[in-house]
Design a protein around this ligand. Structure first.
Ligand code: ADP
Ligand code: MG
Length: 581
């Protein structure tokens, strides 16, 4: 009897603060969101001492009259929804009416606010949830909220804060995120007396990204033109193919202006970039998604970070379609001058040429063995290539750098091409196409090679027998540790079968065995990797063939592991770097 009681208001707020105010960055987020909801066009953010010293947000929004200002600090007081029905179609960032009282219950909190019509403003001071002063204040229309000594009265929470560097990084991320969500609102962010960034009202997300992350990041991005699919509109900027990062730190999704995380969104990105990403690499993504607010539930997470979509699959598909089309278009754009050249050359001599590398002694080719270059470039017959000359000038092979890279001049600027990555991309797509058409080029050994592998290696080969056979291996697995090899994929012709399979198995064992969906591709990647170890010197004719074959690929930008094949430096970028313009 008598054990249950209703918590006093301040205690209840402190409990709620545990959910809403995880760390200084959550305060900044809630305050900035309130400013946006109040229609602010410009925000000033100042933080000191990793947020436990001072957090201040000043806006030029609607402001509040005195009655509202006092009301705003009550629990569950909000001007944004009135009925449960409103909750279903929230258009504002806030709606829970919990942020201000929660923050005020665990800090020294000052609210200064004035509505445009009011003669004077109001200043209210709250300490640890207790209102200590209310007075008139001379201030511009809008609102300033100042939070000092965060968690001064909840030492347990203060103890759980991480290092100043970590909390500062969270603060930066919070401010950046809100700034990206509303490119049209000017944001000035000052940390410990220094401007971190000052971003004027930007026309679009691309402009905002450039203001926040600089020209270097922007150069690696391409625009996703607004696309609508089943009522879901997607627009923004994403990484060019081949430009990736080791973390997801530059992936931002906004649904109706609110930063959110959702498996459906990341799945849409993964699908759009499939094959362009090496495991563990990620593109930069800045996407705005606009949709009917009734089709998305924001009231899932106390900090409103996660959302639930009514039709998650449709959202995923809309993201995929929009990003895919941006990637496709970028590629078409980039290749236009190049294609003309390549096609012109390929038209002249379309048939596969005889092998330019003879099979090693002891192997007799039965199937055609088109070792690179697959198709010979045009014969240098002056009467015949004349009309095809012009496009060559649009994409000039300048030369090679240290055997590894080719230097090309295109209409847009300079291109550096990694020969090994290009070679692997070509082989990988050829293998994939071969598998699809049931026509993989394979080379039979003169006599079958029977040998043993150590148990683990043997097991990996046995596990992937089917894919290896489909990739051109004539291979049988016997009990114990024995294997019999009768043929190799054409691009491994001349290699010692035992070494090839040992290397394949070692690769699988060190990088994780291919399993689950995508395992077949992983095996094909591993097999093509075997063929591109040490790139010998290519003469000019072979270099041209390599470029031609690369540009005929579906995804010429990156190798099957997701590493870039070509790096592009536009004239503008070069001029800028040399201080020419
Ligand atoms: P919510 O945002 O969920 O409504 P909050 O506790 O964050 O709850 O804010 C309570 C109320 O205070 C808001 O509904 C709004 O009316 C008012 N308010 C808060 N911040 C501002 C601001 N910067 N400008 C104008 N009004 C504000
Ligand atoms: Mg709020």
């Amino acid at each position: 009897m008598g054990k249950i009681r209703v918590l006093p208001e301040v205690v209840a707020s402190q409990v709620a603060a545990g959910e809403v105010v995880e760390r200084p960055a959550s305060v900044i987020k809630e305050l900035m969101e309130n400013s946006l909801d109040a229609g602010a066009r410009s925000l000033e953010i100042e933080v000191r001492g990793a947020g436990t010293g001072l957090l201040r947000v000043t806006d030029d929004g609607s402001g509040m009259d005195r009655e509202d200002a006092l009301m705003a600090m009550e629990r569950h007081a909000t001007s944004k929804i009135a009925t449960a029905g409103d909750l279903a179609a929230v258009q504002t960032m806030g709606f829970r009416g919990e942020a201000l009282p929660s923050i005020a219950s665990v800090s020294e909190f000052t609210l200064r606010t004035r509505s445009a019509e009011a003669e004077a403003g109001t200043e209210a001071v709250v300490k640890g949830g207790k209102l200590v002063a209310v007075r008139d204040a001379g201030c511009a229309p809008g609102t300033t909220i100042e939070v000092k000594s965060l968690f001064f009265n909840v030492p347990a929470r203060r103890k759980f804060l991480r290092s100043a560097a970590t909390e500062s990084a969270h603060l930066d991320r919070a401010v950046e995120t809100i700034a990206l969500g509303r490119p049209g609102v000017a944001v000035h962010y000052v940390r410990d007396g220094r401007t971190v960034f000052r971003a004027g009202a930007a026309r679009d997300l691309a402009g905002r990204v450039q203001d926040l992350f600089g020209a270097e990041e922007s150069a690696g991005l391409l625009a996703v033109a607004e696309t609508e699919e089943q009522g879901v509109r997607v627009s923004g900027v994403v990484s060019r193919p081949g430009v990736t990062r080791a973390d997801r730190g530059r992936q931002f999704f906004f649904v109706n202006g609110r930063a959110v995380e959702s498996g459906f969104l990341s799945a849409g990105i993964r699908e759009a970039y499939r094959q362009m990403l090496e495991p563990g690499r990620h593109p930069s993504v800045f996407l705005h998604i606009a949709m009917d607010p009734r089709a998305v539930d924001c009231n899932v997470h106390p900090a409103k970070r996660e959302v639930r979509f009514r039709h998650g699959g449709a959202v995923r598909d809309a993201v995929r379609v929009a990003v895919e089309s941006a990637l496709r278009e970028a590629r078409a754009e980039w290749l236009r001058p190049v294609r003309t050249h390549v096609n012109a050359r390929l038209d002249v001599a379309p048939a596969p040429s005889p092998p330019s590398v003879l099979p090693a002694a002891g192997h007799q080719p039965e199937l055609p063995c088109p070792v690179l270059p697959v198709s010979e470039p045009a014969k240098e017959n002056p009467a015949e290539p004349a009309p095809q000359r012009a496009p060559v000038e649009e994409f000039r092979l300048v030369g090679s750098l240290s055997r590894r890279y080719l230097l090309l001049e295109g209409a847009e600027g300079l291109v550096l091409l990694d020969q090994r990555a290009a070679h692997q991309r070509i082989l990988f797509e050829r293998l994939q196409r071969g598998v699809e058409n049931g026509a993989v080029a394979s080379q039979r050994l003169l006599a079958p090679d029977v040998f043993e592998l150590p148990p683990r290696e043997h097991e990996v080969v046995a596990e992937n027998l089917g894919v290896l056979v489909s990739a051109g291996f004539g291979l049988e697995v016997f009990g114990g540790r024995s294997l019999k090899v009768e043929a190799l994929p054409d691009f491994l012709a001349g290699r010692e079968p035992r070494r090839v399979l040992e290397e394949f198995a070692a690769g699988c064992l060190s990088s994780g065995r291919p399993r689950g969906p995508g395992a077949d591709d992983a095996v094909r990647r591993a097999v093509t990797r075997l063929a591109v170890g040490d790139e010998g010197a290519r003469d000019e004719r072979e270099q041209r063939a390599l470029v031609a074959q690369l540009l005929a690929c579906d995804l010429p930008y990156c190798d099957p592991e997701g590493r870039p094949v070509m790096l592009q430096f536009s004239w503008r970028e070069l001029d800028r770097k040399f201080g020419r313009g």
